[in-house]
Design a protein around this ligand. Structure first.
Ligand code: AMP
Ligand code: MG
Length: 339
C-alpha cells in the first residue's frame, strides 16, 4: 500500500511524476482520450506492476506513448510510408499504430507479440511528462480491468488509490474514449478499435482500410483476437445494460412502461423530458463527440446511483458514433432489444 499523491499538471507536478517513473513507479496521467496508467516502457519489471495494479490479463499488450515522432524509430523495426502519412495527418492525437517491434520492447509490453502499439498523444501534460522523464511510457487506461475507462483524475483515484505512486490531474479528457487502434502490420491496414480518429478519416489518408470483425460483433468462439483486448468484457458497470433499438417514441414508451426500482435510462438529451424513470443523458442525438466525451463518466455514475437495469440508447456505427457503439455494445454484453 502506498499513499497515492494527487499532483497538479504544473512544472513541479510533472517533475515529481517523472522521478517516480524513472525509479520504476506507476503514475496516472491525463491524455486527450482517457487517463493512462504509465510506467517506463523499456523496463519490464515496472511494466509488470501495471498489470498487477489493474488486474489486467498479462496477454493484453500495452500502448507505448511518445512525445515526438522521431522517437518511433527506436521502438519499431521499420517505419512504413503509411505510418508517416498517418502521423502527418493525425499525430499528436488519439490514434495508435501497430507495427513490428524493435528488440528493446520488453515482452511485458507486447504480451509476447512480434508487434508494438505506438501513440503520440496531444495532451500537453502527457507530452511534457514523457519529455521530462526522457522515456517512452507504456500506458493502458488507468481503470481496474473490466471497469469503464477513467476520464477524470477522480476516477483514477477511485480505482487505483493506494496502488500507484501518483496521479496528475489534467482535468477531464477531451475525447473521452480510448484511442483508435490501427494495425499497419497487416495488408491492407486494419482498424482494430474505433476512437476519436474515424474509419472515414483513416481511409481518406490510406485508401483501403479493413474493419476488424470484432469492432462491431462479439468475438466468435474459437477465433483468435487480432487485438487481445477485444476478447475481454469491458467498460461494464455493475448494472445490467440493455440497448434499446428503436425511434424516439418507441424508446420513451418502452422505458415508461418498464419502470421499477433500480431501473434507469441512459439517453440522449432530447429524451429526458419525456421519461418518467430516473435518467442520465450523455449527449445530444446528433453530437457523437459529445456522447463519446460523456459515456464513461455516465457508466460510472450508473454504479454510484446503484442502478440495477439500464435502458440505453446507442448511436449508429458511423464516424465517432462507431467508437460509442463499440464501447456501449461491450458494456451491454451485446444485449440489444429491437423495439
Ligand atoms: P488500453 O491501453 O487499455 O486502451 O488497451 C490497449 C489496446 O490496444 C488493447 O485492446 C490491446 O489489445 C491493443 N493492443 C496493444 N498492443 C497491440 C498489439 N501489438 N497488437 C494488437 N493489439 C494491441
Ligand atoms: Mg483499457
Amino acid at each position: 500500500m502506498v499513499e497515492t499523491e494527487l499532483l497538479k499538471a504544473d512544472m513541479e507536478g510533472i517533475e515529481r511524476a517523472a522521478k517516480f517513473l524513472q525509479n520504476g513507479g506507476l503514475v496516472g496521467i491525463p491524455t486527450e482520450t482517457v487517463y493512462g496508467l504509465a510506467a517506463n516502457a523499456l523496463d519490464g519489471k515496472a511494466v509488470a506492476k501495471i498489470f498487477a495494479a489493474k488486474g489486467r490479463p498479462m496477454d493484453n499488450p500495452l500502448i507505448v506513448h511518445i512525445s515526438d515522432f522521431s522517437q518511433i524509430y527506436h521502438l519499431v523495426a521499420t517505419v512504413p510510408e503509411s505510418a508517416k502519412k498517418l502521423a502527418k495527418a493525425f499525430w499528436p492525437g488519439p490514434l495508435t499504430m501497430i507495427l513490428p517491434k524493435a528488440d528493446c520492447i520488453p515482452d511485458e509490453v507486447s504480451a509476447g507479440l512480434p508487434t508494438v502499439a505506438i501513440r503520440f498523444p496531444s495532451h500537453p501534460a502527457a507530452q511534457q511528462l514523457i519529455t521530462a522523464a526522457g522515456l517512452p511510457l507504456a500506458a493502458p487506461s488507468a481503470n481496474l480491468s473490466g471497469k469503464p475507462s477513467p476520464t477524470t483524475a477522480e476516477h483514477v483515484m477511485h480505482d487505483l488509490s493506494g496502488k500507484i505512486e501518483a496521479v496528475i490531474d489534467g482535468g477531464p479528457c477531451k475525447v473521452g474514449v480510448e484511442s483508435t487502434v490501427i494495425t499497419l502490420a497487416s495488408n491492407p491496414p486494419r482498424l482494430l478499435r474505433p476512437g476519436g480518429i474515424t474509419l472515414e478519416q483513416l481511409r481518406s489518408v490510406l485508401g483501403e482500410v479493413e474493419m476488424d470483425d470484432a469492432v462491431l460483433h462479439p468475438l466468435k468462439e474459437g477465433v483468435r483476437a487480432s487485438s487481445p483486448g477485444m476478447k475481454y468484457k469491458h467498460y461494464s458497470p455493475k448494472a445490467n445494460v440493455i440497448i434499446l433499438d428503436g425511434n424516439d417514441e418507441q424508446y420513451r414508451n418502452y422505458v415508461n412502461s418498464h419502470i421499477a426500482p433500480g431501473v434507469m435510462a441512459l439517453c440522449y438529451d432530447e429524451d429526458c423530458a419525456g421519461l418518467k424513470s430516473p435518467y442520465l443523458c450523455y449527449g445530444a442525438e446528433t453530437d457523437m463527440s459529445q456522447m463519446a466525451h460523456h459515456l464513461f463518466d455516465a457508466l460510472r455514475e450508473v454504479d454510484l446511483l446503484d442502478a440495477k437495469t439500464v435502458y440505453a440508447r446507442c448511436p449508429a456505427p458511423k464516424g465517432v458514433g462507431l467508437a460509442v457503439y463499440n464501447r456501449l455494445m461491450r458494456a451491454a454484453g451485446f444485449e440489444v432489444l429491437h423495439l
